[in-house]
Every structure is written in structure tokens, then in C-alpha cells.
Design a protein around this ligand. Sequence first.
Ligand SMILES: [Zn+2]
Length: 106
Amino acid sequence: MPQSSAPRPTPLRQLANGQPCQIRIPGICNRREDTTVLCHFRGEATGSGYGLKPHDIFGAWGCFACHAYVDSHFDYITQLAFAHGVFRTQQKLLDMGVLLIEHAAD
Ligand SMILES: [Zn+2]
């Protein structure tokens, strides 16, 4: 059976399709919602590394242009802009009621 290299379609990845880009790199972002995917923020801070993808909660909705840029530019400013994209996406998920924070009652 042939192996597919396409990412597994998890609910948060599917939800990202068609959403506005939240990474928004100035001069790079194409704002094309038809190209948006969930872009995972990699690194030890998100429990990922070589061959390990972080949890979808550490993803930003990103257009094709921003996704390609943050995956190939690892300077501090670019990665900070990427992190802001993750935070904006998390805020959108909270606003949509998709991300729920469960806490115990006093
Ligand atoms: Zn973009």
C-alpha cells in the first residue's frame, strides 16, 4: 500500500483551511485564505524536535507564503512573529468556543 506524505487531517488542521492568516509577515503575507493551513511552531518549547511534530494547539493559521517563510527563516524576529501568529490563532479558537479551558469550581 503506498504511503501518503500528506499530514493527517486532525480537527484543528481541518478548521484552519480557509481561515485568515494570523502570522501576517509584513511584505510576505499573501492574505490568500484558500492557501491557509495550520503551521506548527517547532522546537523544545513546544515539546517537539527532530521527527516530532508539536501538538496542534501550537499551530498558527498561516497562508502559503507565511508558512514557507517561517519554515525557512529562523531569526528571532521571524520566529517571534510566528509565535504571535500562534497566540492570535489560540485567541480565535477561544472566541469560537473550540478551545475550552476546564477548571475546577471552588
Ligand atoms: Zn500570511
